[in-house]
Ligand binder design. Structure first.
Ligand code: AHR
Length: 500
């Protein structure tokens, strides 16, 4: 099969906001305890952070990490997690049916984020708490005033404010599973009032309002419209969440998941702009896709876990090549929408639906999905370029289904791509997924005059279901390919072609 990617270097979609390559750590399963933190581990640093994990996260180059949830945040009393550790309460976390010890809290996480060169994107509890609790946390984190909460932080040994810029107004408040779920009107109201007092406390912060937990929610669309109508002038971003999976083991359909993401983004952009027009506002609300990933492998195992354990293994999806190809095309979609998606978070980062896995008390390994994220995060900064991709298409799924019709599953391009150019214009990176399960694709590249291919990295395997494990961590790893005049994308492969 043949395909052609054509660019015009002047045709820029947008400058990519670095925060597009963000991720997420929730107090869930072994993400924190046994993941980023394990004080008796042989690699633990002076704060008890695992340095093997710390180095892997640093390598991934994640500029912002959402914290502390997720569903967890809707039952979180942030004051439990600061001050004398010996006095911190153990609490029942109703979101995940576990026990939270509060050994790691606001201050420790801030320190961890600093050590991995990331900013924190802090979520506040709007499920079971309200505006003042949220603004108190802003004061605790960001202010230098001689006032109660700022002084509390100083008394806890943290003289300098943290300057946390991005704040999430709750989490998935549309979801019936959420502690304290709300109607869109109820949420718009509490989000507005909370936003007001948070910004009065620190006018420099940016706020993310909860959008739908998935485009499949019955309230999707109505939720966004109502929330925006009520809160438009007080918020800066609308959030999107979506997880993808292959429960029917239909690889051809699953590999088209990014078409669902693409539609979701377009629909939310349209709603934001409709409300902007209704309100005759000068302000544009951008998007924060602050939970995205593949999540389905661990669903059954999680049902077997007993309740009220401390840091049990939960949501420990083991990712295969197929999942990495999906993640690669999801990143391409985010890059292509970087004019409106300014923040995104791969959910999550360590052990919980994560690229980085650990054995508690043991080693660490990288899952297949690590690679497309690593290369995009490292070489996909700068500008997103418009590119045309000419290639064959295929059909997958049930032609009668809503999903098929809505997402154009009758015409799935075999090649999925995105193109970025570094800020100094010295390098151009082309990220590609060949969705064909059995055919390689010979690629023609047009518009790259003045540049030469300097690297072609490929992630592939004969077996679509191949995985990495602690004992066999290099079964599916990205490898440099020999550069020749002919650019060939193997069947079922993710690729980065770098021009300099
Ligand atoms: O990332 C796992 C969970 O998925 C989050 O806690 C929640 O926000 C979403 O439903």
């Amino acid at each position: 099969m043949k395909a052609k990617i054509k660019i015009n270097k002047e045709d820029v979609i947008s400058k990519i906001d670095n925060r597009l390559f963000g991720s997420f750590i929730e107090h869930l399963g072994r993400a924190v305890y046994g993941g980023i933190y394990e004080k008796d581990h042989e690699t633990a640093d002076d704060c008890g952070f695992r340095q093997d994990v710390l180095n892997a996260v640093k390598e991934l180059n994640v500029p912002i990490v959402r914290y502390p949830g997720g569903n967890f945040v809707s039952g979180f009393y942030w004051e439990d997690s600061v001050g004398d550790r010996a006095k911190r309460p153990h609490k029942m976390d109703l979101a995940w049916g576990t026990i939270e010890t509060n050994e790691i809290g606001i201050d420790e996480f801030q320190e961890w984020a600093k050590r991995v060169n990331s900013e924190v994107m802090m979520a506040v509890n709007l499920g079971t708490r309200g505006p003042m609790d949220a603004r108190n946390l802003v004061e605790y984190c960001n202010l230098n005033t001689d006032t109660y909460y700022a002084n509390m932080r100083k008394a806890n040994g943290h003289e300098e404010p943290y300057g946390i810029k991005v704040w999430c107004l709750g989490n998935e408040m549309d979801g019936p599973w959420q502690i304290g779920a709300k109607t869109p009107q109820e949420y718009a109201r509490i989000a507005t009032e909370t936003a007001k007092v948070m910004k009065w406390t620190d006018p420099s912060i940016e706020l993310v309002a909860c959008g739908s937990s998935s485009p499949t929610m019955e309230t999707f669309g109505t939720w966004e419209r109502e929330v925006l109508r009520g809160a438009y002038e007080n918020i800066d971003y609308m959030s999107l969440h979506c997880y993808y999976g292959n429960p029917d083991n239909d690889a051809k359909k699953y590999l088209a998941s990014s078409l669902i993401m693409d539609n979701f983004i377009k629909e939310v952009v349209d709603i934001c702009d409709e409300v902007k027009k209704e309100k005759n506002s000068d302000k544009t609300v951008n998007l924060s896709f602050d939970e995205w990933n593949v999540w389905f492998h661990s669903n059954e195992a999680d049902k077997e876990q007993e309740k009220w354990q401390i840091a049990p293994p939960l949501l420990e999806d083991v990712y295969n090549l197929e999942d990495a190809l999906v993640v690669g095309s999801l990143i391409n979609t985010l890059i292509k929408h970087s004019d409106r998606v300014k923040i995104a978070a791969l959910a999550q980062l360590v052990n919980v639906i994560a690229p980085i896995m650990t054995k508690t008390g043991g080693g660490m390994w990288l899952q297949t999905i690590y690679y497309p994220f690593y290369y995009a995060s490292t070489f996909g900064r700068g500008f997103a370029l418009n590119a045309t991709c000419e290639c064959d298409t295929y059909a997958a799924g049930d032609p009668e289904s809503e999903e098929y019709k809505k997402n154009n599953f009758g015409h799935i391009p075999y090649i999925d791509s995105s193109v970025t150019m570094s800020e100094d214009k010295e390098t151009i990176s082309v990220f590609l997924v060949n969705r064909s399960l059995d055919e390689e694709v010979e690629l023609e590249l047009e518009g790259f005059d003045g540049y030469k291919i300097s690297s072609h990295v490929e992630l592939t395997h004969d077996d679509l279901k191949a995985i990495n494990t602690i004992d066999n961590p290099e079964e599916v790893v990205a490898k440099e390919k020999n550069i020749s005049d002919k650019v060939v994308l193997s069947s079922k492969s993710w690729n980065m072609i770098k021009f300099s």
